[in-house]
Design a protein around this ligand. Structure first.
Ligand SMILES: O=C(O)CCC(=O)C(=O)O
Length: 262
């Protein structure tokens, strides 16, 4: 464990207040540089297969990553500091349910402001404590030019229509989230946010690991865990992955997560 208990407390307090917290320089740049090289052909294959119907808006691609090789590294999906924050925010024994990437290219546009999940209890009319977290880390530096995430602080527990009205009338501050390779953003997926245009010729890949409360099953995402990967995983990773299918081959990851904005 690299962060102290009081540092974790401070991060959790920031998360609960803002709906997100940033760990600067947290992951190894060398590891992420290798992810970037392994990701490039996956992105190219995805673009070729979806060129006329990108799944996240014009020139914006959601690519599921195979849970194999370097993409199945416990140092990333079971990072002790990230898990400590996830557990303090969303309870013990979380479930890892998603490994994917969001990549805007030149020609991408502003997304509509959105959440990534509907409320747990729609009829209740107010928000619950956190139940679904995204752990995001880019495979490049994220600058004002290449499509930083834009988000709003503290909106994960507010009524969505009220927040949208406040954004419209410029009563809510918009945060543009610049990141460097190695930075890790932990966010409540109900925080109201949007993708922005990438105005460069380089793709801007952002990895997303999804963690749910221990009792939550999200039908829209899952990780296909090849048996050969499963056999190499430590007990903690197997515990995190317990709701996911173990498959006999490396087969193409499913890209069935198309409804993404709530
Ligand atoms: O990639 C981004 O910056 C944001 C993407 C996003 O929010 C989404 O597709 O749901």
């Amino acid at each position: 464990m690299r962060l102290t208990s009081s540092e974790l407390d401070a991060h959790v307090a920031a998360f609960n207040r803002d709906g997100m917290v940033m760990l600067r320089g947290h992951f190894s740049k060398d590891v992420l540089t290798a992810w970037r090289a392994a990701f490039e052909p996956l992105l190219q294959a995805h673009i070729a297969s979806e060129h006329d119907k990108p799944n996240r808006g014009t020139q914006r691609h959601y690519v599921t990553l195979p849970f194999a090789g370097l993409f199945a590294d416990p140092a990333i999906h079971a990072d002790p500091d990230v898990l400590a924050i996830v557990e303090r925010v969303a309870g013990t024994a979380p479930v890892l349910c998603q490994l994917a990437s969001d990549t805007p290219l030149r020609g991408s546009d502003y997304q509509p402001w959105h959440r990534d999940t509907p409320p747990l209890f729609e009829e209740w009319g107010r928000e619950t404590p956190s139940f679904q977290l995204a752990v995001n880390f880019p495979l490049c530096d994220v600058t004002p030019e290449n499509g930083p995430l834009e988000t709003t602080l503290g909106t994960h527990v507010l009524e969505k229509n009220r927040v949208l009205a406040q954004i419209d009338s410029a009563q809510t501050a918009i945060e543009s989230v610049a990141m460097q390779l190695g930075d890790v953003l932990i966010r409540d997926v109900r925080q109201i946010h949007r993708g922005t245009p990438n105005q460069t010729d380089q793709p801007r890949p952002m990895v997303v690991l999804g963690y749910s409360r221990r009792w939550l099953y999200r039908p829209e995402v899952h990780i296909r865990v090849p048996q050969a990967t499963w056999d190499t995983l430590p007990a903690q990773s197997r515990q995190l992955l317990r709701f996911n299918p173990i498959v006999s081959d490396n087969g193409a990851p499913l890209d069935n997560y198309r409804q993404f904005a709530y």
